[in-house]
Design a protein around this ligand. Structure first.
Ligand code: F6R
Length: 592
């Protein structure tokens, strides 16, 4: 994970980079640091803390060439020594790195044993700076390229040398984007750090590097050959990455859902056949994904199998890629990913491609590694999701599955009905978000030690997503279960102190869910119920009711996830948690 932000230009880059790093904190916030190049010296400022502490340490500093890093620790605990930037032993070179250098231990050993190099940190990254020093004979770029031939693994790297007015960067496996403005250049993990300065960008491709100096920028391959590149324009503005009056990004993103849902289907529902996914001879769809995207994909399985009659399997990317999956050229393997950078999902797609499958992506971040690797698919257009807990991406992913089912379905009636209901959905979501009683329910249960979440059919994955949201931002243990499975084990967890959140939509499994609620009730469990109709049974069985608007079956997960997102948010808030940056988590999981 980790966030990188760097500036080369004529202004003081320190405040630019500090502000940029703050926007990248969603990628990791274990420690942070800066390197300033000025008068043939590199000054490094680091802290074990977050960017606010780094800001205080860097007060009054100025330089036109600056790079910064916010860390999500992989090798070596989060402390001052392991914070980036890392320097070569002679302090002539500084680097920041996102990714993992897989052969760092052997490289370190060789440098230490054969050449007596001294290492100070436990990180895999330090070896990058040391190797550049090892190869340096007066040509910084040449030494940098030689270093690239030695390291294995995933990396986005930016490097400075005290005697060269140059900024070098390289990418393999971890994203880097260049921001281009007249006489000013930016390098970052995504465009958010420099959006107010430029929206003109170049996304570095795999195994590309860039050299920036006073003459401009050059993009090259790792052998040093110049490449031609195209400037792209970031499709959103600065307002998309500000809190807009909300206390947290997560709350803002929950409330953005009326628009993000609309953005996902607008422009596509009336031109459904223009979706760019090859569908000829497809006999099976496999979704590969992680976390919230996995639960969204489980919803996708219910929708597509029922409406299109095509078998669908949903796989954790981290399991799929290591278990020799049986794949055929008639399989369509779809990566589902908000960030488009999740390492396991990316590798699952590469594996599927190498075995001859048709691959596609359902991705939010345009220009991301997964989007590029797939080359076809559906973009969510949900805008940047900054809160670490995914919210608006989940609802948009479900819209994408509905679009996919319309695309594969040749049934004009189905298509027509779905279009009508989709068009009414944003207003229903908005209406629900304006009037709800969830904050008081959260207050009531904020001290519970454990929560159950249950649903059936298409709302079973939604129950799992609700439990995940609660766990990740409030740290309260929670299980999301298929309600019918409860009596096969988890019912043992129910007692008078256990709140169970039931999703009970008036659909084909309504009576079954009611029976499951009876089973909880007679064990004195507390029931919070999310329903689209308050029936006599619901009133009798439940302690708290959250009424959601009625929508067609395929859309119920979108409506039902809203109260679960808000419940998690308000419980975490009532417990004083760091909602946008929960402990141990980072937004884009670019390590395996
Ligand atoms: C949960 C969450 C994570 C991500 C998972 C996959 O709130 O954010 O579980 O869903 O890391 O990330 P993407 O969708 O970016 O591949």
């Amino acid at each position: 994970m980790c966030g990188i932000s760097a500036y080369y230009g004529k202004e003081n880059g320190v405040p630019i980079i500090l502000q940029g790093l703050q926007r990248l904190e969603y990628r990791g916030y274990d420690s942070a640091g800066l390197a300033l190049l000025k008068n043939n010296e590199i000054e490094i400022i680091k802290t074990k803390g977050k960017i606010t502490e780094l800001k205080a340490l860097a007060e009054g500093r100025s330089a036109n060439i600056v790079m910064g890093h916010t860390r999500w620790a992989t090798h070596g605990e989060p402390n001052y020594i392991n914070a980036h930037p890392h320097s070569s032993a002679d302090n002539s070179i500084a680097i920041v790195h996102n990714g993992i250098i897989e052969n760092h231990a052997e490289l370190r050993k060789e440098l230490q044993e054969k050449y007596n190099y001294k290492f100070t940190s436990q990180t895999d990254s330090e070896v990058i700076a040391q190797l550049i020093q090892f190869f340096y004979k007066g040509d910084f770029e040449e030494a940098f390229r030689k270093m690239l031939t030695k390291i294995e693994g995933a990396f986005g790297i930016v490097a400075l040398h005290k005697d060269h007015k140059q900024m070098l960067c390289a990418r393999k496996g971890s994203p880097l984007v260049l921001g281009i403005k007249e006489g000013e250049y930016f390098i970052a993990s995504d465009p958010t750090p420099f959006l107010e300065y430029t929206k003109e960008v170049i996304y570095l491709n795999e195994k590309q590097m860039a050299v920036i100096d006073d003459t401009g920028y050059k993009v090259k391959d790792f052998n040093g050959f110049n490449l031609t590149t195209e400037l792209e324009t970031v499709p959103y503005g600065i307002e998309a990455i500000q809190k807009g009056g909300f206390e947290h990004y997560m709350l803002k993103e929950i409330f953005e859902q009326p628009e993000t849902i609309l953005n996902c289907f607008r422009g596509k529902i009336r031109h459904i056949d223009s979706i760019s996914i090859k569908k000829e001879n497809i006999k099976r769809i496999i979704f590969v994904c992680c976390g919230t995207s996995f639960y969204a994909a489980l919803v996708g399985k219910y929708i597509i199998e029922k409406t299109v009659n095509l078998p669908v399997s949903v796989e954790y990317a981290s399991e799929f890629r290591y278990r020799q999956p049986m794949l055929f050229p008639t399989d369509l393997v779809i990566a589902v990913s908000q960030s488009g950078e999740t390492a396991d999902t990316l590798e699952a797609i590469r594996l599927s491609k190498s075995l001859g499958c048709n691959v596609a992506g359902i991705v939010n971040v345009t220009g991301s590694s997964i989007a590029k690797e797939c080359g076809q698919g559906i973009y969510l257009h949900a805008g940047p999701e900054i809160g670490v807990a995914s919210t608006k991406a989940f609802s948009s992913q479900i819209i994408a599955f509905i679009l996919l089912s319309m695309y594969f379905s040749q049934n004009p009636y189905f298509r027509k009905e779905v279009i009508e209901d989709l068009e009414e959905l944003p207003a229903k979501v908005k209406a629900f978000l304006q009037i709800q009683n969830i904050q008081s329910i959260a207050e009531k249960y904020k001290h519970a030690k454990f929560f159950m979440y249950m649903g059936r059919d298409i709302n079973y994955p939604v129950a799992r997503e609700g439990a995940l949201k609660l766990k990740e931002i409030s740290y309260i243990p929670a299980e999301g279960y298929a309600a019918g499975e409860m009596k096969h084990g988890p019912i043992a967890l129910i007692d008078e102190n256990t709140p169970s959140v039931f999703i009970v939509t008036k659909d084909s499994v309504y009576e079954k869910v009611i029976s499951n609620m009876e089973e909880v009730k007679c064990r004195k469990g507390k029931i919070i119920c999310i329903c689209d109709e308050i029936t006599e049974e619901i009133e009798r069985l439940t302690n708290d009711i959250i009424l959601v608007p009625k929508v067609r079956w395929e859309l119920t997960p979108i409506i039902n996830v809203l109260p679960l997102q808000l419940l998690a948010y308000y419980i975490a808030k009532a417990n004083g948690r760091e909602i946008d940056q929960p402990r141990n988590l980072a937004k884009a999981v670019t390590v395996e």
